[in-house]
Design a protein around this ligand. Structure first.
Ligand code: PMP
Length: 373
């Protein structure tokens, strides 16, 4: 194999994986230290009990940094729950959607489709699909005019950033009057500011902007927790998790600690508004190569709702897609093969990917188009 030519700091690959995903070198180095000795205790993070003062402090600091980072109002509670975002697809309906009631679900790509299926399986309620993105090959998220939200719905669930084909809502969708939003922000949380007042609940799997897989951050208005719509097994109940302060059972302590380090890092770097600026600049580099490639690269999403974080496109043939991803990897640019449902190429550029990574990829794209176009 020829040596990679475009290495990231620390002699590492530029990582464009959709998740688990790139993390800042300084956070990884801190974790290496904490594996052996957390905060001078002589015991590593993997070995600490979740019922001891060291973990009490760690959890309090993690929650505090999360609240500061997201500017999360006091009437919203932060839960750090086991299970991926996929578990939330059912858990949200179980906690918030009474039997016989309606919830609105625009279907905008793989993850919102899965949320619809899981919610339907979980409760005897009406999961109303108010936008069918499949008809458009999921190339855009709906404008408000393309949906008819249900008056009196329990909530409107949407996926704010669609990880697979790289679409995102420029602004949150408009639910019927008085109906709260529930957002799957897995692939963009803390990548841009959130309008909390419009939302009853925002959730995100941690393995993209916040560290380790199988832990999910659920930020939920306290009145929703206080008014569960049915009796639930404790592990499915927000109320039970809230009463137990996110340690109803042995929590994913390593993932929670890592999220805490990621929150502190994101705070230090300037928070969601700064990351929105950086992510737009990174995305612009790639979209401008796509738009000026004379049709060699074709984006999967309409321009008005292109995601900054996941840039998805294809080349003239699947063979060229494959060549592109493997030659890029040989040069130090990894994780570019598209999701199996969409094919093509996907560059995921989470908060931890520096602009130099996007520059290296843009340069590779230009050269590849010049030599194969
Ligand atoms: N929602 C979105 C938007 C995602 O991108 C993903 C994972 N890629 C999920 C949900 C599912 O997350 P998990 O695998 O943690 O269940």
């Amino acid at each position: 194999m020829t040596a990679p030519m475009r290495l990231a700091p620390g002699g590492r690959m530029w990582n464009f994986s959709a998740g688990p995903a790139v993390m800042p070198l300084e956070v990884l180095e801190q974790l290496r230290t904490d594996l052996l000795d957390l905060a001078g205790t002589g015991i590593g993070i993997l070995e600490h009990s979740h019922r001891q003062p060291t973990y009490d402090r760690l959890l309090a600091q993690t929650m505090d940094s999360c609240r500061k980072l997201g500017s999360i109002p006091d009437d919203y509670e932060i839960l750090m729950l086991p299970g991926g975002a996929t578990l939330q697809f059912a858990q949200i309906a179980l906690n918030m959607l009474p039997d016989g009631a309606t919830a609105d679900y625009p279907d905008t790509d793989v993850w919102s489709s899965k949320a619809i299926i899981e919610a339907r399986d979980a409760v005897k309620a009406n999961i109303s699909v108010i936008f069918e993105g499949k008809k458009f090959k999921y190339d855009h998220v709906p404008t408000d005019g393309e949906m008819t939200p249900t008056p009196g719905a329990a909530y409107l669930h949407y996926c704010s950033n669609n990880t697979v084909r790289g679409t995102r809502y420029p602004t949150p969708p408009k639910a019927a009057p008085g109906v709260p939003l529930v957002s799957d922000a897995s692939s963009e949380i803390f990548g841009r500011p959130i309008d909390w007042r419009a939302h009853a609940l925002v959730y995100a799997a941690a393995q993209k902007n916040c560290g380790v897989a199988a832990m999910t951050i659920v930020i939920v208005r306290r009145d929703v927790i206080a008014r569960p719509v049915r009796n639930l097994h404790s592990m499915m109940s927000y109320e039970a998790h809230s009463k137990a302060e996110s340690r109803l059972n042995t929590p994913p302590t390593f993932a929670i600690h890592t999220a805490g380090l990621m929150f502190k890092w994101m705070l230090k770097e300037g928070g969601p508004a700064e990351f929105a600026r950086r992510n737009a600049a990174k995305a612009q580099l790639l979209y401008s190569v796509i738009d000026s490639s004379g049709g060699f690269y074709t984006g999967l999403s309409r321009k008005e709702c292109r995601a900054d974080i996941n840039v998805s496109f294809h080349l003239p043939t699947p063979e060229l897609d494959h060549q592109f991803a493997s030659e890029a990897a040989a040069e130090g640019l990894d994780g570019l093969a598209g999701h199996k449902d969409a094919g093509g190429i996907r560059a995921s550029m989470y908060n931890a990917l520096p602009i130099e990574g996007a520059q290296a990829l843009a340069q590779f794209m230009r050269e590849f188009a010049r030599t194969r176009g």
